[in-house]
Design a protein around this ligand. Structure first.
Ligand code: BES
Ligand code: ZN
Ligand code: ZN
Length: 500
């Protein structure tokens, strides 16, 4: 279990081992007032002097003697200039504070009634603590790090923040589910296991339907079936519907669910191949979003569709040069068996439109290594046929601190994926812009009248370094982003002035 955050009216000053005070850059008066509840005037004065003008994200830690003679730790964390706080930077600050706290610090209290001018600052801070507290040690005989079991938060906005926090707490829970799914090795998080998790959403009122191999053969989904041919596991296309209000326009979310991507016959190099257990991140994010919306009983009309399979090698595997006919009837020449995600998505996108007639489609996928070259770990690639949809997604990215950068979908790139003997081929001619040609390929399977966005999270869903709100490995990128977008979309939609 992750850390629990408890909101309380007053911190039990006499038993705290660690006192954390969140303040703004010039908030030494506040720091001193809180310190005096724990330490004498001289110590408080000394600490205050050290913390004058501390800029955003800076943390100072002191070991000192409390008024009752116990040894305590005082941590001062700066939320930056008064009035500069945002959800994104306060959540991150929560992550930084979590890092400064050790599990052996048994009783931790945080004063977070900071003068940032941000009403939900305390809730955001607590959300950051929770997100950062995720651990995965089920395969360790002896856990390496002792977990912090509970953190008490004292805030003067308690009512409001407690409510705000319960929403953020359920979001953190969904992010943890995604991190868990992505971190599980491929021999555990196999297609059957993903199906089991998706099916478990039924208990939240989500309708789950599954196309198995035979169903997919009937409708001609030879692109996704081709990818799965090398695997001993079945291939699934899973649809998860959650509609509490059918009068509202429907959004389809599509996720790439490769529980392992070896590259197929175009085998990947051994270095880092293990990270390809995370090639189902898009599918996990879609599951996480559905779970989050259903837990909150959000008024939405959503369908999540995930294509779940493995890209392995067998005598049945796709071969370079093979041609498959997708569900859309477009024929695809397989130039590279490692460009399998777009094949899975091609059939999932077409199915979404044929079966569910959504107004909007957003797909999320660990699609190309090239997106790392273009944007690194800080921004996910955003592609869209709609300026307004792209703008709103970018806005959500800024709100939650999961940033997006839009790249072009220019018709000039289409030439790159023309095939000599089929309608289209699955990779570009090697003239660069690999993430764009991948997106251009997907565009072929989305009717123009549907507003569509594609998020390439290959370099943001997984990070080889610790981040503000995640450990080395899975980040859960996309859940908070898309839940923010969806929530704002349907709220505005209810007032009859849709954001789009
Ligand atoms: N799953 C990979 C993309 C990926 C790479 C995700 C690194 C996460 C980290 C995808 O299926 C893939 O292999 N793409 C190829 C495409 C190429 C063959 C055109 C790639 O990016 O190399
Ligand atoms: Zn691949
Ligand atoms: Zn892949």
């Amino acid at each position: 279990m992750n850390t629990t955050v408890i909101f309380s009216e007053s911190l039990n000053t006499s038993s705290l081992d660690v006192v954390v005070i969140v303040s703004v850059e010039d908030g030494i008066g506040f720091i001193e007032k809180k310190l005096l509840l724990h330490v004498g005037k001289d110590i408080a004065g000394g600490i205050v002097k050290e913390c004058n003008g501390l800029s955003y994200g800076k943390i100072r830690s002191f070991r000192t003697i409390a008024t009752d003679g116990r040894l305590i730790k005082v941590i001062i964390a700066s939320a930056g200039k008064r009035g500069s706080a945002t959800r994104a930077n306060i959540e991150k600050l929560g992550g930084y504070i979590y890092n400064a706290i050790k599990a052996k610090d048994a009783k931790i209290g945080i004063y977070n009634d900071i003068e940032t001018g941000l009403e939900l600052a305390a809730a955001y801070l607590a959300s950051g603590l929770l997100l950062k507290s995720w651990t995965f040690d089920k395969y360790k005989s002896k856990p390496e790090t002792q977990k912090i079991s509970a953190i008490e938060c004292k805030t003067c906005y308690s009512e409001l923040n407690r409510d705000g926090f319960s929403f953020l707490e359920s979001l953190a829970d969904c992010v943890s589910l995604v991190k868990d799914m992505v971190t599980e090795p491929a021999n555990v998080m196999n297609p059957d296991q993903v199906l089991e998790i998706a099916t478990s959403l039924k208990q939240l009122g989500i309708k789950v339907s599954v196309l198995d191999q035979r169903d997919m053969e009937k409708v001609g989904m030879n692109a996704i079936l081709g990818v799965g041919r090398g695997s001993a596991y079945p291939t699934y296309l899973i649809a998860m519907e959650y509609h509490t209000d059918k009068t509202k326009s429907k959004i389809a979310l599509i996720g790439k669910g490769l529980t392992f991507d070896s590259g197929g016959l175009c085998l990947k190099p051994a270095t880092k191949m293990g990270e390809m257990k995370g090639d189902m991140t898009g599918a996990a994010v879609v599951i996480g979003i559905l779970k989050g919306l259903a837990t909150q009983r959000a008024k939405v009309n959503i369908v999540g569709i995930i294509g779940v399979t493995e890209n392995l090698i067998s005598e049945k595997s796709l071969k370079p040069g093979d041609i498959v006919t997708s569900m859309s009837k477009k024929t695809i020449e397989i130039d590279n068996t490692d460009a399998e995600g777009r094949l899975v998505l091609a059939d999932a996108l077409w199915y979404a439109h044929e079966k569910f007639a959504p107004k909007m489609i957003i797909d999320i996928a660990t699609l190309t290594g090239a997106i790392h070259v273009a944007l690194g770990h800080e921004f996910a690639g955003l592609f869209s046929n709609s300026d307004r949809l792209a703008g709103e997604l970018e806005k959500s990215g800024k709100i939650v601190g999961e940033k997006l950068w839009r790249l072009p979908l220019n018709p000039s790139f289409a030439d790159d994926i023309k095939s000599v003997i089929a309608d289209i081929k699955n990779v570009g001619s090697g003239r660069g812009a690999g993430s764009i040609t991948a997106a251009m390929f997907l565009k072929e399977f989305v009717p123009d009248e549907i507003e569509w966005a594609h998020l390439d999270i290959a370099s943001t869903g997984w990070d080889s370094r610790d981040r503000a709100l995640s450990k080395k490995g899975a980040t859960g990128f996309g859940v908070r982003l898309l839940i923010d977008f969806i929530t704002r979309y349907y709220e505005d939609n209810a007032r009859g002035d849709s954001v789009l």
